[in-house]
Design a protein around this ligand. Structure first.
Ligand code: ADP
Ligand code: 5GP
Length: 184
């Protein structure tokens, strides 16, 4: 069984950005591609950024037991397919899951050995600035994500590690040190 890293944090905190940097610093780390029912953003590629599934296909795969964890977030379904982790475990490759809070809690229950890392903003107000700056979501979507963020921020103490994403390079280096420390 290889190492599993769970990275969680509110929308806009910079998870995707930090994971890109992390993978440059720790190239052997592989990123699980999640499944989702949300619409594709400009530039997103099916089976690269996500496995984009129709709602009924997602539900069918839930019923078939194909998911390690899954959750509804801001009106859409998201989940980690078991195959994403099992195939890497079989090869001994470390894997990182970028998932929201409910999913992180499920993984904590089923895979307590997974390393859980929470990414926090320097200030909660940065979330709005970053989501607006990213320019991928309409105002209604941003408000919905900020509403969920309050609950997510309150959960940071559940996580074994917290990294504050103040400066990308500094935060990515801290994240890489945590991962390297666990990989030994
Ligand atoms: P998430 O994956 O958590 O939703 P993203 O990685 O998409 O967040 O980052 C949201 C926005 O914030 C992006 O436009 C990104 O460039 C920007 N960003 C990420 N980290 C920082 C940082 N440390 N300081 C300022 N802006 C950042
Ligand atoms: P986004 O729509 O911005 O890509 O993702 C929205 C939220 O869903 C983020 O918090 C992201 O971490 C989370 N997410 C992405 N993939 C998964 C997954 O497989 N499972 C769970 N539980 N959450 C996910």
């Amino acid at each position: 069984m290889s190492a599993v890293f769970v990275i969680t944090g509110p929308s806009g905190v910079g998870k995707g950005t930090l994971i890109r940097e992390l993978r440059e610093l720790v190239p052997e780390l592989e990123l699980s591609t999640s499944a989702t029912t949300r619409g594709r953003r400009a530039g997103e590629v099916d089976d690269v950024d996500y496995h984009f599934l129709e709602r009924d296909e997602f539900d069918r795969r839930v019923a078939a037991g194909d998911f390690l964890e899954h959750a509804t977030y801001s009106g859409n379904r998201y989940g980690t397919l078991r195959t994403e982790v099992e195939e890497r475990n079989a090869r001994g490759a470390p894997v990182v899951l970028e998932i929201e809070l409910q999913g992180a809690r499920q993984v904590r229950g089923t895979m307590p050995e997974a390393v859980q890392i929470f990414i926090a903003p320097p200030d909660p107000a940065d979330l709005r600035r970053r989501l607006e700056g990213r320019g991928t979501d309409d105002p209604e979507t941003i408000e919905a994500r900020l509403a969920v963020a309050e609950e997510e921020l309150a959960a940071r103490d559940e996580f074994g590690h917290t990294v504050v994403n103040d400066e990308i390079d500094r935060a990515a280096a801290e994240l890489a040190a945590i991962v390297r420390g666990e990989l030994g």
